[in-house]
Write a protein that binds this ligand. Structure first.
Ligand SMILES: Cc1cc2nc3c(=O)[nH]c(=O)nc-3n(C[C@H](O)[C@H](O)[C@H](O)COP(=O)(O)O)c2cc1C
Length: 166
């Protein structure tokens, strides 16, 4: 996740990287564009990020883009991956979109890619989601590599395109 933060922030000479834990929501008004990143937890943005976005006032001055890492497969690969993503990752984009409709935020788009889970989450996924041995062996090899070079490249492209649109 940190790699993604750094790459996205480096796409503009005039950017500031903030940990939202140290950030007051009012401070966002000092920016034209905010990239709000989160790990996916419980199929949605992580709880502290959800709490933070609730405090964003209506019709803020800044434009918003999102980015997310998730340990489930992205949906594009197969019906199984799509099903898993629907259950374990699909609320993230909906939460960003809700900010647009409910808070009248000028929301641009979001970026997502896989991110390696911690050991306890890995165990949870193996026990509850990817329980088949063959599927697990393939999954764990793949997820361990993310975010990979391609993800970082795609994140850079995403950030550049959003900045160009603003
Ligand atoms: C409490 C918790 C819940 C999680 N729930 C999900 C989930 O529902 N779907 C998913 O794809 N990943 C889930 N994950 C995995 C995280 O998305 C993954 O660890 C994270 O994207 C990796 O980035 P990080 O190293 O910056 O945390 C969860 C992780 C934690 C700690």
């Amino acid at each position: 996740m940190q790699k993604l933060f750094n790459e996205i922030a480096s796409q503009n000479n005039d950017s500031t990287l903030k940990d939202f834990k140290d950030l007051k929501v009012e401070a966002l008004d000092n920016f034209d564009l905010v990239f709000l990143g989160s790990a996916c937890h419980h199929a949605d943005l992580a709880p502290p990020v959800l709490k933070f976005v609730e405090t964003i006032p209506e019709s803020p001055k800044f434009k918003l883009a999102g980015f997310v890492t998730h340990s489930t497969y992205p949906p594009e690969g197969s019906d199984r991956h799509a099903e898993m993503f629907e259950q374990w990752g699909s609320k993230c984009s909906k939460t960003y979109e809700k900010l647009q409709t409910e808070k009248n935020i000028d929301y641009k788009s979001y970026f997502r890619c896989m991110g390696i889970p911690s050991k306890p989450i890995e165990s949870f996924i193996n026990a509850k989601i990817v329980t088949d041995d063959k599927e697990w062996a393939e999954y764990i090899e793949i997820v361990a590599k993310h975010p990979d070079e391609k993800d970082i490249e795609n994140a850079k492209k995403f950030a550049k395109e959003i900045i160009k649109k603003c």
